[in-house]
Design a protein around this ligand. Structure first.
Ligand code: SOE
Length: 379
C-alpha cells in the first residue's frame, strides 16, 4: 500500500477532529494511499509540540513556509482560522500540494475566487471540508432524491441553531470579528446549510435576508476588557433555487437549549425527508405513494448497504460526529488516487461563498440579490 505525507495546520477543535480522521481512516477503510501523519503546524512551539504528541503526528513545524518546503508532505490540511485559509491554500496549491481546506472556504468572495482559480491552475486535488455531506443519512437522502422517490422538489427548510453565544460573558473569539471571522455565524453555520442545499436540491439562484446582533460587546479573550462584536450574530434568509424550488435558512448560536440543531426538511411532490444532526444516524421519510400505510417513519441508517457503513459496526451500532471526517478523508484519498477533486471542490466552496455574499448584499439593499458566478463557472 502506498503512503501520502500529510501536513496539518491548526490544532484547535478542527485540528483535533481532522487528526482523528487521519489516524482512523486506514484502520476502517481500504484506502491507498494511506495517510502518514508527517507534521502538524502552529505558531507556538510548546503548544504545537504537545499537540503533535497528543494527536499522533510524527513531528511539528512553527513556520508554514517550512511545511510547504517539505518533500515528505504532499497533502496540506488547513484547519486554522478563516482569515488564514486564502493565503495558506494558494501557497500550498502553488507549491504543488493537494489541499483540504476547512469551511467556509474563505472570508470574502474575492478570496474564494483567488482560491478557486489557484486550484484550477494547480492541477492537484482540492476539497472543502463540509463534513455533513458525508453523514450516511444525508447520503441516503441524496440517493432517494436522485432516484426520484420524492418527486419534484418544491421546498427546502433548514436551521442550524446552537447556544454557545447565549451567555453574554462568552468571549469575543475570532469568529465574532469581521476581519477574522468573515460573515460570522452566517458563514460559520450558514455555509453548512448552503452546501447541503446545493448538494441535495441544486444551485441557489436568489436570496433575501435579515440579520441581527443582540450582544454588542463581549469580554476580550485574555481578560483585557470588552470588545465590539462586528459580525451579525444571527441571520435568516429566503431563497429561490434555479430548479424553481423555494427555501428558508436560519442560523443562530443564541438559541437556548439548541446544541447542534442542524436540521433540514425537504418536500417533493411525492414525499418528504427530515434530518437532524442531533439524531444523525436517522433519516425520517414520508412517501405519498405508500397509500394507506403512508406516514412518517424513521430509518436507522446503520445497515452495511447504507453509505460508508460497511466500514463500521454491525447494524444498529451507531456512529458519531467524528466519523463524518473519516469519510471525508477517505473520499479525499480516493480522489487523490483517481486524480479527481471530490465534491465539494474549491469551486463548490466559491459557489457557497457567493450565496453568503449575496445574503450580505441583500442585508444592505433590503432586496433580493443573486450569487455572483464568474466566467468559467457559468454553465
Ligand atoms: C461552531 O459554531 C461550530 O464548531 C462550527 O464551526 C462547525 O462547523 C460546526 O459543525 C459545529 O459548530
Amino acid at each position: 500500500m502506498g503512503e501520502i505525507g500529510v501536513g496539518l495546520v491548526g490544532y484547535g477543535f478542527m485540528g483535533r477532529v481532522h487528526s482523528n480522521a487521519y489516524r482512523q481512516v486506514a484502520r476502517f477503510f481500504d484506502v491507498d494511499p494511506a495517510p502518514r501523519m508527517v507534521a502538524i503546524c502552529g505558531r507556538s512551539e510548546a503548544a504545537v509540540r504537545s499537540a503533535a504528541r497528543r494527536l499522533g503526528w510524527e513531528g511539528c513545524e512553527t513556520d508554514y513556509e517550512r511545511l510547504l518546503e517539505r518533500d515528505d508532505v504532499q497533502l496540506i490540511d488547513i484547519s486554522s482560522a478563516g482569515d488564514t485559509h486564502c493565503e495558506f491554500a494558494v501557497a500550498a496549491l502553488e507549491a504543488g500540494k493537494h489541499v483540504l481546506c476547512e469551511k467556509p472556504l474563505a472570508n470574502t468572495l474575492e478570496e474564494a475566487r483567488r482560491m478557486a482559480e489557484a486550484a484550477r491552475r494547480a492541477g492537484t486535488v482540492n476539497m472543502v471540508c463540509h463534513n455533513y455531506r458525508r453523514v450516511p443519512a444525508v447520503q441516503l437522502a441524496k440517493s432517494l432524491i436522485d432516484e426520484g422517490r420524492l418527486g419534484e422538489i418544491r421546498h427546502w427548510r433548514a436551521v442550524y441553531l446552537q447556544d454557545w453565544l447565549l451567555d453574554p460573558e462568552a468571549p469575543l473569539t475570532w469568529r465574532l470579528r469581521r476581519e477574522t471571522g468573515g460573515a460570522g455565524p452566517l458563514a460559520d453555520l450558514g455555509s453548512h446549510l448552503i452546501d447541503l442545499a446545493h448538494f441535495l436540491v441544486g444551485p441557489i439562484a436568489e436570496v433575501v435576508g435579515t440579520a441581527g446582533t443582540f450582544v454588542r460587546e463581549r469580554p476580550l479573550p485574555g481578560g483585557d476588557g470588552m470588545g465590539e462584536v462586528t459580525v451579525n450574530e444571527a441571520a435568516a434568509f429566503l431563497a429561490r433555487f434555479e430548479s424553481g424550488a423555494i427555501g428558508t435558512f436560519e442560523v443562530s448560536p443564541l438559541v437556548p437549549g439548541r446544541k447542534a440543531h442542524e436540521c433540514f426538511e425537504i418536500n417533493g411532490s411525492n414525499g418528504s425527508i427530515v434530518f437532524d444532526l442531533e439524531r444523525m444516524n436517522e433519516l425520517r421519510v414520508y412517501f405519498e405513494d405508500e397509500a394507506e400505510t403512508a406516514g412518517f417513519r424513521t430509518i436507522l441508517v446503520t445497515e452495511p448497504e447504507h453509505p460508508y457503513m460497511e466500514g463500521w459496526w454491525p447494524p444498529g451500532h451507531t456512529i458519531g460526529y467524528e466519523h463524518t471526517f473519516v469519510h471525508t478523508v477517505k473520499d479525499l484519498l480516493e480522489g487523490i488516487k483517481a486524480g479527481e477533486s471530490p465534491a465539494p471542490t474549491f469551486e463548490d466552496g466559491y459557489r457557497c461563498q457567493a450565496v453568503i455574499d449575496a445574503v450580505e448584499r441583500s442585508l444592505e439593499s433590503g432586496g433580493w440579490a443573486k450569487p455572483e458566478i464568474y466566467g468559467e463557472m457559468r454553465r
